[in-house]
Design a protein around this ligand. Sequence first.
Ligand code: DAH
Length: 340
Amino acid sequence: MLEKLKEIKIIAEQKIAEISDIDEVNKLRVRFLGRKGEITRLLRGLKDLSTEERVCVGKAANELKEKLERMISEKAEEIRRQEMAARLSLEKIDVTLPGFPFLGGAKHPLSQVSDEIRDIFIGMGFNVAEGPEIESDYYNFEALNVAKDHPARDMQDSFYIDEDTLLRTHTSPVQIRVMEQMAPQIPVKVIVPGKVYRRDDDATHSPMFNQVEGLLIDRRITFADLKGVLLEFARKIFGQDLKARYRPSFFPFTEPSAEMDISCVSCGGTGCRVCSNSGWLEILGAGMVHPRVLQYGGYDPEKVTGFAFGMGVERIAMLKYGVNDLRQFFDNDWRFLRQF
Ligand code: DAH
């Protein structure tokens, strides 16, 4: 029987050395050490031996069992280590590879210009007011001295929700809303940034666009105040050496009314494509608040006067950045927007 044990030992050692798979390790354990394994089966014959032999063989068998147990465990451990090493080298992460570039966001150019306009007026002591984009005929037209059959309505044809409700065509209705809230307090000194809507659509007009309105009411406000404030504004936006001129114009809510031109930001006034060779660029409409509009707002035109103005943010942005198609601001093409 000792011979048989030696045989088992040689075969087992050889098999253990050969295998490289964790499943085979388990099979070997069953084959040699299991309850029906080779050593157990051999030990069943112990009862036929003499006491002396039994002790001797039993001891050798136990020693072999222990030895094989250890070898198999070590083998299993070795295989696990190899498998782990193989996986690690396969799933290795190269931390020196360059990462994915993340694009930094930025403010939309129209927001930048709008913020800049706002900051300049806040710097001159103006407050910021807002009003609804869905507006009544009363605030959008009537209280601004634009009667139902007034031809000035044609220029601001808009989107009507019903007979008396429309998407506002300008930010001017907020003049009335602010006056209603403030009257009879003075001074009123507000700007009103916001979206407006018109039935327009071409390279320089969009059905939705942004305006900034301005309104200043106080005692003895004159056209000279208007010119001073607007020149200061224009120079802050476009440059200190800029010149301005005012052409007579007409708005039902101001009297007198004017369009403000600035010397061309592209050629400085000598004439070029941007200013159609005139040397001048129109940037906003303005005027002295019409007495009737003051009354609609709750102010006494005998006691106070005021000036108002309105400008298109897109137009200012186009001139400032040399953009020739307004629709680019709304396309949201990254190649365009990233330049700002
Ligand atoms: N609301 C006018 C428009 O959208 C612009 C404007 C002109 C506003 C003169 C004013 C103003 O406050 O005084 O065309």
